[in-house]
Design a protein around this ligand. Sequence first.
Ligand code: NAD
Ligand code: ISE
Length: 337
Amino acid sequence: MLNVGVIGTGMIGQDHIRRMTTVLSGVAVTAVSDVDSAVAADVGGRIGATVHATGEDVVADPNVDAVLVCSWGPTHEQYVLAAIAAGKPVFCEKPLATTQDACLRIVEAEVAYGSRLVQVGYMRRFDFAYRQLKLTLESGEIGSPLMMHCAHRNASVPPFYQKEMAITDTAVHEIDMVRWMFGEEIAAARVLVPRKSRNGGDLQDPLLLILEMASGVIVDVELSVNIRYGYDIRGEIVGEDGTAALGSLSPLEIRTAKQLVTPVPADWRERFLQAYDVELQEWVHALALGGRPLGPTAWDGYAAAVVSDAGVAALRTGERVEVTLAEQPKLYLGVSA
Ligand code: NAD
Ligand code: ISE
């Protein structure tokens, strides 16, 4: 049994605790903490976990074998570094950290430790539809890829969501996904700014992010974070001999009043329900079998942060911004993307 300590018991923290306590096998949640101590006490009390005052206390708890970081992005670095210092595996929700320098500090700490401890929560790599899309691409059936069209639509975003977060918090999923999908790095980013939606308040919403892959494949990502009607994730690859796209993911079709209705998921918890399950179950199995995580690495987290910084610079300047990565340490060669 893998004993996990969870830092951050907000929306995704609670959702991951639910899956670890009611869906997955081989795992138990033994400790929690949150700066909002009332939330931590409530969530921890319901599952009989020890409620700690700080995330560092969770890491140090002898009854915690591995750590799950689900607090706000700017706090990830300190907890991931604490877990590495303690030699404990740590699954960190995306983004790995909010600056590329912070991600690099994590990479350096893990390299100094000498083997992998960190996995980043880029769950699309575990989604059945995305995995089928990648298999189809790799089969050669649609020929060499030329372009990919993506849409990332949120029904709404919380009040603290700022304009750059469309790139750093939302598009970062597509940034990771295309590195994995095409097995290559992103060379440059541009951002086009359409007319503003009246539903977006002060935000510049929507945005169109253009990513140039090293091979010349062009990816466009529509980011609409106040689309109102639901959570809609799309992806279509255009190849030389055909196209392949994520299908409709609704398990339900409703026929009524002369209409055929396909419900749209409300949010990421519903759309990626099974991807999160697989992601964490594979993490638990990997730790049980080899003691090392096999999913997205700290390097992937760093690479996504560099591209996301380029996207933010492109948004601010209107220019095309090239992406330059540091030299990849041997620890990550041939692993993951
Ligand atoms: P949230 O605001 O619902 O929860 C975050 C929790 O962290 C809050 O309870 C807050 O009190 C707590 N917190 C803040 N600072 C802390 C600190 N220093 N120590 C301990 N706890 C602290 O946010 P959320 O939607 O659950 O997002 C949390 C993280 O998960 C973010 O990094 C977000 O990007 C990521 N996320 C990932 C996905 C995904 O699809 N993979 C979806 C949603 C959120
Ligand atoms: C959120 O943090 C997520 O990661 C969701 O998957 C994404 O759709 C949303 O835009 C983010 O704010």
